[in-house]
Design a protein around this ligand. Sequence first.
Ligand SMILES: *Cc1c(COP(=O)(O)O)cnc(C)c1O
Length: 455
Amino acid sequence: MTESIKFLLDENKLPRAWYNINADMPVPPAPVLHPATKEPVTPDFLSVLFPMSLIMQEVSTERWIEIPEPVREVYKLWRPTPLFRARRLEKALDTPAHIYYKYEGVSPVGSHKPNTAVAQAFYNKEAGTQALTTETGAGQWGSALAMACRFFDLDLEVYMVKVSYHQKPYRRIVMQTYGAQVFASPTDRTEYGRSVLAQDPDSPGSLGIAISEAVEAAATSGGKKKYSLGSVLNHVLTHQTVIGLEALEQMEMAGEYPDVIIGCVGGGSNFAGFAYPFLHQNLTNGKQTRIIAVEPSSCPTLTRGKYAFDYGDTAEMAPIVKMHTLGHTFVPPAIHAGGLRYHGMAPTVSALVAEGYIEARAVGQLDTFAGAVQFARAEGIIPAPESSHAVRVAIDEALRCKETGERKVIVFNLSGHGHFDMAAYEAYFRNELADYEYPAEEIAAAMAHLPSVEM
Ligand SMILES: *Cc1c(COP(=O)(O)O)cnc(C)c1O
């Protein structure tokens, strides 16, 4: 038995193609509907927002999509990322389980998000786009896209959720360092932002509102600006599969195969990017790995939401898709895992949960931070609050193994580090954090606003 801690791939092992789950989906995709007509959308409608190459990836059923060489060249700045065996955590938990984690926090901005940001910037530059617009919640996505736009010489406008803009000023400065323009959303720059401010001048903002502003800015630019989304869409999930494809090879180096795969879910991109290459093995190669998606109990999209057609954004400008949703008008509590506060979910993740191919679990904020601190004290890395949801469930699974004596192989994605989230850790140490109750009444109210769709 090797005593290795890190499993490292050479640069020449960086994957040459992304994996597209559409090729192996056990259920046919639901149509994507126009927000106004509620008829299936045409590529023309989407081409206002996205370059045609990304629209084609969105609907592609090719299993492998070649990673363009300029994208691989940028990936090489930090990829392949390490896979660690968490031997010190195993010892601290006194578990017979083997725990591994894939660490995406080694990217320059500290999360998995550049994996798609770099690809999207590349395809937009190739298509002649002058500037991108986007929203950001906690600021990780904006930082990733700001870096990617700089590498490919594109301008960037970021609509940042106001509560995060104030809670996390350093991320704004990161974006500005790369040359992006950052606005606290709701802003007075868009019609939709002005309408929100008119109703509630103190609105803390939400990801849904910020998406609507960024979409409006692109849609009214006469083709100069395109919109870029950091999660949820299929092309985003596909770009992220570079994580799981590397992890498959690294597990082979370790001489083990996962019994359990775990990732946290906001819109589903780091989870899918990590888990889908393993799910591919379940679907086509007889493997039986359990795959668990973890979300916060304050924004319980998969575990308490409805699997239904809903708008992707609050203003009802984005397409209607079939997904687990808490209602597009739902504004989740301002928990510190800002990246997990989206009302919806990637449609393929939802479909696979609905059909039982993926398990979903919700965990509370206090248990999550307790797990994060335990992980940091054992392994050294301070996890992002989002990633800590995966850490929590990995620890829970390992503790269950301790009870049963099973020696399971547990592998989770550590999607980012928490260096810009120390205020959240401070609040936890001061006992200032609460477990938000599942806001049943607010979600029920939001459910009344789901679009009625005849399908
Ligand atoms: C944004 C973010 C997430 C959540 O987004 P997904 O699209 O669900 O992956 C999780 N972890 C980190 C570190 C993030 O920055």
